[in-house]
Write a protein that binds this ligand. Structure first.
Ligand code: ADP
Ligand code: ADP
Ligand code: MG
Length: 241
């Protein structure tokens, strides 16, 4: 235990919560399938970044987390690796993971990283591009050949508000909120109301939430405490509000 605490200290990892798994020193320590480890190495990555060391084993246990780590510290792979592992392979159940981003550019980058890290699995990773097309594309009576949705919140809520809703989130197992500090600040009230609607639509009993943020923001932390059972907080470096 002393050794683990020392390892967290030298990696600048602070973690608050119960029964925290040890941080992973190498990709091989992630209990994920070999293809994912190979894909990480194909990206040119040699070892996990501090946020990946602690967030990946937690999310692999299905724990709900608030992860704060600086820009450029590898937060995208920190949530994509456990999401890809837990979804296993493509299914015809509609979206099983939802990743919310503040901008379309970021959504595209996240989709690209997901395609690289899930290479070989055949997942269908979608971005809502044309809203007109989207109105019929995700028809709940259709093929449901979708696995992961990466989107900004406005267009998603627009589709959910249709009667009947133009897409279903009832099979979503992981809801990832990336750049939570930006999302919560941009809409002030707005994003919180959208998030309430999105959560209502994600009514799977196995739904878990993971929040990622570059800064530790009290409003985000407060939302997490109220809405995420068994919350674990991870901070890398200093808490800079
Ligand atoms: P953040 O979301 O924290 O700002 P990103 O996920 O965008 O950071 O990652 C920043 C850069 O670091 C990207 O180019 C990404 O490919 C790269 N990266 C991610 N994980 C690793 C790793 N384990 N080793 C080296 N580079 C990594
Ligand atoms: P984002 O890029 O953050 O998803 P946009 O404002 O670009 O948000 O929304 C995308 C599209 O969704 C808009 O062009 C519009 O057609 C539709 N849309 C979103 N919100 C509304 C709304 N409240 N009323 C009507 N259309 C909307
Ligand atoms: Mg990021």
């Amino acid at each position: 235990q002393e050794k683990i605490n020392h390892y967290r200290n030298i990696n600048n990892i602070t973690v608050v919560g119960r029964h925290i798994p040890d941080p992973c020193k190498s990709f091989e320590d992630f209990t994920v399938d070999n293809d994912i480890i190979n894909n990480l190495k194909q990206c040119g990555f040699e070892e996990p970044t501090p946020i990946q060391k602690q967030a990946v084993p937690l999310m692999l246990q299905g724990r709900q987390i608030l992860a704060c780590a600086p820009t450029g510290s590898g937060k995208t792979a920190a949530f994509l690796v456990p999401v890809i592992q837990s979804l296993k392979g493509p299914q015809k159940q509609g979206f099983r993971a939802l990743i919310l981003c503040p901008t379309r550019e970021l959504a595209k980058q996240t989709q690209r990283e997901c395609d690289r890290l899930a290479d070989g699995r055949g997942f269908r990773v979608h971005i809502i591009s044309k809203i007109k097309k989207a109105m019929t594309q995700y028809n709940p009576n259709g093929s449901q050949k979708y696995d992961i949705l990466v989107t900004t919140p406005n267009r998603l809520c627009y589709l959910l508000k249709q009667d009947p809703p133009a897409l279903s989130l009832r099979n979503v197992e992981w809801l990832i909120i990336d750049e939570a500090d930006k999302l919560f600040e941009s809409g002030v009230r707005g994003f919180r109301e959208q998030l309430t609607d999105i959560l209502k639509a994600c009514d799977n009993e196995n739904r878990k939430i993971a929040m990622f943020s570059a800064t530790y923001t009290p409003v985000v932390a407060k939302w997490c405490v109220h809405n995420m059972k068994g919350l674990v907080r991870i901070t890398i470096g200093h808490r800079n509000a």
